[in-house]
Design a protein around this ligand. Structure first.
Ligand code: ZN
Length: 225
């Protein structure tokens, strides 16, 4: 029977030790460099030791390589995610949704034409103010606009108003200041609603009957829908 003794792979151990030593050395050198820079109050203009610059160069190279690897790992077809909030400070009322009944639709659900845009979302979805403003209506019976809306909120944003209806819960009070993207309610199925969704309007006054196309308005504010 032949027995082979497994010897430790010295070459590996040596390499590891050398790397560890180099790591300590680099940290020490960088530390000294930082102290030097702090004392003189300048960094780039002052000459640095060869060891420090090579260490910095090595680090930069490693970072560049890491960035390259990261970029390469990204699928080429991936598009950058649309920003949640546009530079205007406006955003969508719900994060994930399917657009259902659109503004101006005719149907048995509405006495006249559909006055808003419906966002199909499960009940309990956080509803956010689409822009910065002040809450002017909040409560049951459409907050004064009629029981068909269920629990509702209206927010004033300068010269337009946003309205959110069929809510399961209202998280704001009249007079409250809200920022764009701030949660104001949870979606639901209250009032004259055929299933869980958010009914959303943009109005020119706080009241029913002054709605304009809400999707066009949000898009004009830089929101991607
Ligand atoms: Zn609706």
């Amino acid at each position: 029977m032949r027995v082979t003794l497994r010897r430790p792979r010295l070459s590996d151990l040596r390499t590891r030790s050398a790397l560890l030593a180099a790591g300590v050395g680099t940290a020490a050198v960088l530390g000294a460099g930082a102290a030097f820079a702090a004392e003189t109050g300048t960094t780039a203009a002052k000459p640095v030791t060869a060891t420090t610059s090579s260490a910095v160069a090595a680090q930069a190279q490693a970072q560049a390589k890491a960035a390259e690897t990261k970029a390469a790992a990204k699928p080429a077809a991936a598009k950058p995610a649309a920003a949640a909030t546009a530079s205007t400070g406006w955003s969508k009322p719900v994060a994930d949704y399917a657009l259902s009944a659109t503004y101006g639709n005719s149907g048995s659900m509405w006495a006249s034409k559909h006055s808003g845009q419906d966002f199909a979302v499960p009940s309990g979805t956080p509803v956010k103010s689409v822009g910065p403003g002040t809450v002017v209506k909040a409560g049951p019976n459409g907050a004064g606009d009629g029981s068909a809306y269920g629990n509702a909120v209206v927010v004033k944003h300068g010269d337009v108003y946003s309205q959110y209806a069929h809510l399961s819960s209202v998280n704001v009070k009249v007079g409250q200041q809200v920022s764009g993207g701030e949660q104001i309610a949870l979606s639901g199925n209250t009032g004259n609603s055929s299933g869980p969704h958010l009914h959303f309007e943009i109005r020119t006054t706080p009241d029913y009957g002054t709605a304009i196309d809400p999707i066009s308005y949000l898009r004009s504010q830089g929101v991607t829908l």
